[in-house]
Each structure stands twice: as structure tokens, then as C-alpha cells.
Design a binder for this molecule. Structure first.
Ligand code: CUA
Length: 226
């Protein structure tokens, strides 16, 4: 999760988020290079002493400054498309979790197992324990095994919600009447926090998501005791 003064992306906990961070850094580097070049050219214009007063056209330079930016954009476009299709790939998931957005809580169904479904509400500040995270902890956490491909199905019961976990690189809209899917792979144990990120009404800020990532034998123990 994000803590004090963390202005950048959260540490990744999945291979896809790692790739997203690499792409972010790559795009930012190109952005810095363009900004420095354009900034330098604009700064130098202030000291122009008009040696080219009779210059009316320059076919070659116009050709260069049209095609060169197009080529630079390709260096962003191709990695972006690669990532887009990588995020969409479903890699034979071992379990499926269905999450349904409501105003204003999430409910979950483990469809691979019999009758495992529950609601997940935010813990109000006045009921929070001293080690709890305000506006971020829930009463019933999602428990998922680490090092496994997990498919997540997202939908909603009333208005559009969005199931978003920054550390895992997941952000899927839950839309009434539609079923969206994505998948992720958690590569370490721990707690992963997320929030709804579709403006869904008065208590939009108060429907967080908590994933408890555990080793697979602990997950089997949890699922059999439920
Ligand atoms: Cu649900 Cu915002």
C-alpha cells in the first residue's frame, strides 16, 4: 500500500505491474528528452539575432521535424500495445474470484468452491483497531494464494464501480449487466489494498478492497474451513 510521501507508483507485487512500471519509466524518459530539447530551442530563441530574415521556406527541415516526432511516438506506441495485449491475456487460471460492486461495498464469490460468498465492508473509523488503516481496512478480506494465476470477474449490481489494486496492476470496471475479466499473479505474501475508482456515489471513497495473499497450503486450509 501507499504510505507517507509516496508520490510515485507503489512497489509491484505482480509481473504485470512490474512491466507497467518499466513502461512508465520508459515513457517518462522520452518525455524528459523532448522537454529538454524543446526547452533548449525556446530558450535559444530569446537570443536570436535574425540572421535569416530572408528565409521563406525549408523543405528539408520541415520534413525532418514532421517525421522525427512520428518515429519517436512509435517508441511509445509499440511497447504500449505490447503491454495492452499482455494485460488482456488469460493464462490458464487456477482459481476464479468474482467480485460484485454495490453502493457501497464489494461482495465476493469463490465460484470454484461450494457456497463461498461474502460481503466486504469498510471498517468505520470509530470501530477501527489501533493497527488498522483508516478508510482502507475491511471486515471480510479476500484470501488468495500467492504464486498462482488468478482470474477475477468483475461486475456491479447498481451503478458502475471499479475494482482497482495498484500494487497488482489491476483496474477493471464493474458494470451492471456486464461481466469483465482480467487476471493477475501475486508473487509475494502480504496485504494488498485497493479502492473503487469509478465515481459511484456519495460513499464512493468508502468501499476499499483488501487482498490477503498467503501460501497455497494456507489458502487450502482457509477454503476448507469456510
Ligand atoms: Cu464504487 Cu466508486
Amino acid at each position: 500500500m501507499s504510505t507517507w510521501a509516496n508520490l510515485g507508483l507503489q512497489d509491484s507485487a505482480s509481473p504485470l505491474m512490474e512491466q507497467l512500471i518499466f513502461f512508465h519509466d520508459h515513457a517518462l524518459l522520452i518525455l524528459v528528452m523532448i522537454t529538454v530539447l524543446v526547452g533548449y530551442l525556446m530558450f535559444m530563441l530569446f537570443f536570436n539575432n535574425y540572421v535569416n530574415r530572408f528565409l521563406l521556406h525549408g523543405q528539408m527541415i520541415e520534413m525532418i521535424w514532421t517525421i522525427l516526432p512520428a518515429i519517436i511516438l512509435l517508441f511509445i506506441a509499440f511497447p504500449s500495445l505490447r503491454l495492452l495485449y499482455l494485460l488482456d491475456e488469460i493464462n490458464e487460471p487456477s482459481i476464479t474470484l468474482k467480485s460484485i460492486g454495490h453502493q457501497w461495498y464489494w461482495s465476493y464469490e469463490y465460484s470454484d468452491f461450494n457456497d463461498i460468498e461474502f460481503d466486504s465492508y469498510m471498517i468505520p473509523t470509530n470501530e477501527l483497531s489501533t493497527d488498522g488503516f483508516r478508510l482502507l481496512d475491511v471486515d471480510n478480506r479476500i484470501v488468495l494464494p500467492m504464486n498462482s494465476q488468478i482470474r477475477i470477474l468483475v461486475t456491479a449490481a447498481d451503478v458502475i464501480h471499479s475494482w482497482t489494486i495498484p500494487a497488482l496492476g489491476v483496474k477493471v470496471d464493474g458494470t451492471p449487466g456486464r461481466l469483465n475479466q482480467t487476471n493477475f499473479f501475486i508473487n509475494r505474501p502480504g496485504l494488498f489494498y485497493g479502492q473503487c475508482s469509478e465515481i459511484c456515489g456519495a460513499n464512493h471513497s468508502f468501499m476499499p478492497i483488501v487482498i490477503e495473499s498467503v501460501p497455497i497450503n494456507y489458502f487450502i486450509k482457509w477454503i476448507t474451513n469456510n
